[in-house]
Design a protein around this ligand. Structure first.
Ligand code: NAD
Ligand code: ZN
Length: 369
């Protein structure tokens, strides 16, 4: 069992990473001095595959559990769903001592977290992330949100969980492309702050599905540790926390420019990592061998759709719409070495264009075109 503290004074909590932890959710919750009532929010797929042991553990620990089924994926993150969840919480008799337990991917976690943040001005919230992306990123840090028709994650709140319980064995049922998507976020953490994790990724059999279990546990924990350290210093993204957006500036633009249909989030981040490294390399901030190491580490995670057929203007337009854009320029997080980054707010359109040209010219291994 690996335990990672998130040091946030009165809102401090632990991330638990352990194979089999799904059966211990009840026991963990019992340690938190919360009320007996639990609303377990999940979706039909996750419930069918993994719901049973979580519910059984909660009941065995003496909790009264009401299950609330959410639509799958991004469809959960709407105002209509949120309104229904508020109704369900009320109907189940949830009060300020009750706990919302999210069992699912990042979408379930974001909706459940926002419901917990808003119901009665905020009730207890526990995350049981079931995708790799959710285990290494979405479940910790306290960002919760629903989507607005005009932009993803536009309506939300910071609401830290009381605990995050990650069971890597849940990932066995995840479609390979989803696992791969999360693996790009692990790599992002490595490039950002952890040369040892970077070496582990480089030396492992490319695709994470083929790793020994203990290595997967360790990689998840390493990624969580990096995020926890950064969030503890900058809970509300006043400054430092922005570095977690490494690879995301271009990544988000690629997702938006292709209507969120072509790339998984992680695949877009993979391209974004190479793009940011390319900009850094051309500026002389990142040495050639480090650039090559990052680019080939991205490629090793597996094939991803190419971007040669996306018009650069579309990507540049999407960049200009970035929430963080100021006077038409978006801050870029640029790697300066493996394990180190710097924030640069003066990256020009011309630099982005030439990075995009370099990306478009890159063949990905067995690329999806
Ligand atoms: N709050 C944050 O800090 C943060 C960070 C990153 C991403 N996000 C959000 O996370 C969401 C994406 O999350 P995601 O990538 O986890 O995808 P997801 O939550 O959309 O889930 C994808 C699909 O995987 C299925 N699934 C989940 N666990 C499974 C398992 N163990 N086996 C088989 N199928 C399983 C789900 O039923 C769903 O259909 C986005 O909405 C994004 O905005 C939030
Ligand atoms: Zn991300």
């Amino acid at each position: 069992v690996i335990e990672i503290p998130v040091n946030l004074a009165s809102r401090a909590y632990r991330i638990i990473v352990a194979t089999g932890a799904r059966a211990d959710v009840g026991a963990q919750l019992a340690k938190l001095s919360v009320g007996r009532r639990v609303a377990l929010l999940t979706d039909a797929t996750v419930r069918r595959l993994h719901g049973e042991p979580v519910t059984r553990g909660l009941v065995a620990a003496g909790f009264e559990v009401t299950e609330v089924l959410l639509p799958e994926g991004e469809q959960a993150k709407t105002l209509d769903v949120l309104r229904e969840v508020w109704d369900d919480l009320l109907e189940a008799g949830c009060d300020r001592t009750s706990t919302v337990v999210a069992v699912g991917g990042g979408a379930v976690g974001d909706l459940a977290g926002f419901a917990a943040a808003t119901y009665m001005r905020g009730i207890n919230f526990v995350q049981v992330p079931t995708t790799l992306l959710a285990q290494v990123d979405a479940s910790s840090g306290g960002k919760t949100a629903i989507d607005h028709p005009r932009a993803k994650n536009l309506i939300g709140a910071f609401h830290q969980p009381r605990a995050v319980i990650s069971d890597p064995s849940l990932l066995r049922t995840l479609p390979p492309r989803e696992t791969q998507s999360g693996a790009y976020e692990v790599l992002k953490c490595a490039v950002l702050a952890d040369p040892a994790l970077f070496r582990a990724l480089r030396d492992s059999p490319g695709q994470l599905q083929r790793w020994p279990e203990a290595d997967v546990d360790r990689a998840i924990a390493a990624a969580c540790r990096i995020k926890a350290r950064i969030v503890a210093k900058d809970e509300r993204e006043g400054g430092l926390r922005r570095v977690l957006n490494l690879g995301h500036t271009l990544g988000h633009a690629l997702e938006a420019a292709t209507g969120y249909a072509r790339f998984t989030h992680g695949e877009a981040v993979g391209w974004g990592l190479i793009g940011a490294s390319e900009i850094a390399r051309r500026r002389g901030l990142l040495a050639e061998p480090a650039f090559q190491a990052i680019a080939s580490a991205v490629d090793r995670l597996g094939p991803r759709p190419g971007l040669s057929r996306i018009a650069p203007q579309r990507i540049l337009a999407a960049l200009a719409h970035d929430k963080k854009a100021k006077a038409g320029r978006v801050p870029f997080i640029l790697p300066t070495a493996i394990g180190r980054v710097a924030i640069h707010s003066d990256v020009s359109r011309a630099e982005v264009r030439s990075a995009l040209r370099a990306l478009a010219g890159r063949e990905t291994p067995r690329g999806r075109g």
